[in-house]
Design a binder for this molecule. Structure first.
Ligand SMILES: [Zn+2]
Length: 360
């Protein structure tokens, strides 16, 4: 015990000092998962509405009957991240997070998260190569990170958002099967190709997750971006039960990621996990308001949440002095890496005030 805790002190000292260049970040987004579900758990009115839930008995048992509904839906976020790290956006308790762009849908949201500021010129989800440089591209041009930045996404617009042709950041979006390097990847590729594709532009998250996990184990990238998509697509289709299942499954993915990182000496004690969403969803009282998002038609769909856990992050922070913005995520990631965010973009949103040491 004593030796282990001394080792932990030595590791954390080196992480804040000379070894800062070896800090790592895993940035994850869950498309369009509302703060209402994250902090309140399943909505009992929607979950008992036969329009939106087929197996109401199962949904009730899984998500409504437990005394702590939020922990029943996203246990890792509440039991681990909120205690050891930061979970921001609970508007019922004076916390707040939002996107600062004026569109409230995916491409503008991901652009804001990855570049540190909204771009009013982005007004559609068309796969137009991004004119803006993401933090992933910028890092991939720094000698310390070159070739060590990777992205795994469920949505096939990310090669455009990250501009992989220009940035050189590899983006695995599931549209092709990567060349397998071991038996597991061969099986994964076969199953991905043999699985029904129910959305033309979005693969199931299980494949995104497992390809990312395998890359973490084998390639040891320093910066990884993972974008899960099911929480948005099932919601658009009005399947509330499947949306809840997707949220709980993805929370399990986060736990598996974090556990894997902590068991790997390339990552343990020097990796920060940042989790957020590209937009919220409607929050009105009309039936089905939770299904959509976008400014104008879906009020409140700019409302989001942000979670961060890592060696330099204060434990138990649940709010920031001002409403946290998606434009602060890029600078937060850079600060976690020990990199001066102003060198990336001095006009980007500042890092979230969640670090033990003053932000650099
Ligand atoms: Zn959507």
């Amino acid at each position: 015990m004593k030796i282990l805790s001394m080792l932990a002190v030595a590791l954390s000292l080196s992480a804040s000092g000379a070894a800062a260049a070896d800090n790592r970040v895993v940035l994850v987004t869950l498309d369009g998962l509302r703060w209402q579900e994250v902090f309140r758990g399943a909505d009992p009115v929607v979950a008992e509405d036969p329009t939106f839930v087929e197996d109401r008995k199962a949904v009730k048992a899984a998500y409504l009957d437990p005394a702590d509904r939020k922990a029943a839906l996203t246990p890792f976020l509440h039991e681990v991240v909120a205690k050891q790290g930061v979970l921001i956006g609970d508007r019922d308790h004076g916390s707040c997070a939002r996107v600062t762009n004026d569109q409230w849908f995916s491409y503008p949201g991901y652009n804001e998260i990855l570049t540190g500021r909204p771009d009013p010129a982005i007004k559609s989800n068309d796969p137009t190569p991004n004119a803006n440089v993401t933090v992933l591209e910028w890092l991939n041009r720094q000698p310390a990170f070159k070739g060590k930045v990777m992205a795994f996404t469920s949505w096939n617009v990310f090669p455009a958002i990250i501009n992989s042709a220009r940035s050189g950041v590899p983006v695995d979006d599931g549209m092709t099967t990567p060349k397998p390097r071991n038996a597991f990847e061969a099986a994964l590729g076969r199953m991905q190709a043999q699985t029904p594709r129910i959305w033309p532009t979005v693969r199931f998250d299980v494949f995104t997750h497992n390809y990312a996990l395998e890359a973490l184990k084998r390639d040891k990238p320093k910066v990884v971006y993972i974008s899960y998509g099911e929480t948005d697509d099932f919601a658009h289709e009005g399947h509330y039960g499947l949306t809840l299942d997707a949220a709980r499954r993805t929370d399990g993915f986060l736990r598996e990621l974090w556990t894997t990182l902590q068991a790997d000496k390339a990552y343990a004690g020097k990796t920060t996990l940042i989790v957020t969403t590209d937009h919220g969803r409607g929050a009105g009282v009309k039936q089905g308001d939770w299904k959509g998002h976008g400014k104008g038609l879906w009020p409140n769909s700019d409302e989001t949440w942000i979670a961060v856990i890592g060696p330099g992050v204060k434990a138990g922070v649940s709010k920031t002095s001002e409403c946290a913005g998606a434009d602060q995520v890029a600078a937060t990631a850079l600060t976690a890496l020990g990199v001066d965010w102003r060198a990336f973009d001095a006009k980007a949103g500042a890092p979230l005030d969640i670090f033990k040491a003053p932000a650099n």
